[in-house]
Design a protein around this ligand. Structure first.
Ligand code: PRP
Ligand code: URA
Length: 209
């Protein structure tokens, strides 16, 4: 699974354990989502190209490196992806942010789109889509299709917990998209929730249940 990157950094793994705990309240959960996304962005941007520049330090001229090439955009999937985008953008403050509103219908479990607003120049940007949960992958597949329709060609998907099934579905639907996640759980339950997972990410971030 060459397109799957599991971020096994101890800080990420520790924070995921805290998020899985049902006794972790909304305030702490929201902070953990943001911090985890920030650490994952560090890994997901590891291959950004650099170019050499000359900068005058107070002592001498230094040949040093800055990021070159295309600019970035983060696209959180509403609602839960918002919590991750907030952390990600602290590392890349110049990035633009698009929004895709898709929820999973609780009965049919199909992705229902209700909102989309993407940067006009998204085709020229490297895009990282954020959503804490990849369960059946219906939401991620539909969101990425929408972002491709808008012209984007370089897309990564960043989630906190994925199901094995969701990873396989997403890879089959969008083989060009690299997936960054903190953990892959083996099961989905009868409501298509990830097991053991962390529950409903949106509700836990926003305290709506
Ligand atoms: C959750 C989650 C993903 C989706 C994953 O959102 O944040 O977007 O479900 O499920 P899937 O992989 O089976 O499509 P939800 O639909 O609960 O919406 P919300 O963020 O508004 O709570
Ligand atoms: N959405 C969530 O928030 N959690 C799951 O486990 C599955 C879908």
């Amino acid at each position: 699974m060459t397109n799957l990157h599991i971020i096994d950094h101890p800080l990420v793994q520790h924070k995921i354990s805290l998020m899985r705990d049902k006794n972790t309240g909304s305030k702490e959960f929201r902070e953990l989502v943001s911090e985890t996304a920030m650490l994952m962005t560090y890994e997901a941007t590891r291959n950004l190209p650099l170019k050499e520049v000359e900068i005058e330090t107070p002592v001498a001229v230094a040949k040093t490196k800055v990021i070159s090439g295309r600019k970035m955009a983060f696209v959180p999937i509403l609602r839960a992806g918002l919590g991750m985008a907030e952390g990600a953008v602290t590392l890349v403050p110049a990035a633009k942010i698009g929004h895709i509103g898709i929820f999973r219908d609780p009965t049919t479990h199909k992705a229902v789109e209700y909102y989309a607003k993407l940067p006009v120049d998204i085709a020229e940007r490297d895009v990282i889509v954020t959503d804490p949960m990849l369960a059946t992958a219906g939401t991620a597949i539909a969101s990425i299709a929408k972002i491709k329709e808008a012209g984007a060609a370089s897309i990564k998907f960043m989630c906190i917990i994925a199901s094995r099934y969701g990873v396989e579905k997403l890879m089959a639907a969008h083989p060009d998209v690299e997936i960054y996640c903190g953990a892959v759980d083996e099961e989905l339950n009868e409501n298509l929730y990830i097991v053991p997972g962390l529950g409903d990410a949106g509700d836990r971030i926003f305290g709506t249940k």
